[in-house]
Ligand binder design. Structure first.
Ligand code: 3PG
Length: 209
């Protein structure tokens, strides 16, 4: 059973899922999000800059709580921890990922959208699961249905979540947080409109209140 602490999710139950295309954007983007009250930042390994971005944000952005996303194997898990990731998110799950999470005692959100996947993650010792892709996997209704057989588990839906439907999820007692890419639109990032990002973050930080 994982004894890692997941309390950080309560300080900001909306997590931006971030792909850094230009490393120079990592710090100002993180600063803009933190200024808007969004402090838990999931930096994905979808671009070559993921690990460097985690390092830079950790060193330079006060108040940011940086995690890593799109972690698909143990090698990526270990590299992200070396870079300073404070939580780990995967779109799925594997025995190797479960093992790394338990050995390192880092908060880990394995992905699960079927009852079988939920049982596997629960058996491995995890109680808070990423529900991805939420929109095409039954959405809030599916998570609500999970509260019957899996009343002791909580979910973090991502994939198709946005400012308009986030509260459909956050209003469910078994949803601990939500995530998505809507907080970091690439047009605003490419144009370095950091005030726009802070504005989006501020709106998102009001969700679930
Ligand atoms: C994730 O990995 O959580 C998703 O890519 C987020 O999906 P979204 O772009 O629909 O927010």
């Amino acid at each position: 059973m994982s004894s890692a602490c997941y309390d950080f999710l309560d300080s900001a139950p909306v997590i931006p899922v971030i792909a850094i295309e230009n490393l120079a954007h990592a710090v100002p983007l993180a600063e803009a999000l933190v200024a808007g009250g969004i402090v838990n930042l999931e930096i994905t390994l979808r671009t070559e800059h993921g690990l460097d971005a985690i390092r830079l944000i950790n060193q330079q952005v006060a108040g940011a709580h940086v995690g890593v996303g799109t972690v698909c194997n143990a090698r990526e898990f270990d590299a992200a921890i070396d870079a300073g990731a404070q939580f780990v998110v995967s779109p799925g799950q594997s025995d190797a990922l479960f093992e790394r999470a338990l050995v390192t005692n880092i908060p880990f959100l394995p992905g699960a959208v079927t009852a079988t996947e939920v049982i596997a993650a629960k058996e491995a010792g995890f109680r808070i699961l990423k529900f991805f892709p939420a929109g095409t996997s039954g959405g809030a209704a599916a998570i609500k249905a999970f509260s019957g057989p899996f009343g002791d588990l909580q979910f973090v839906p991502t994939g198709g979540v946005n400012i308009h439907n986030a509260n459909d999820y956050l209003s469910l007692p078994n949803v601990r947080a939500v995530g998505g890419t809507w907080l970091t639109p690439s047009d605003a990032i490419n144009a370095e409109r950091w005030d726009d990002i802070t504005h989006i973050a501020r709106d998102a930080s009001q969700l679930g209140a």
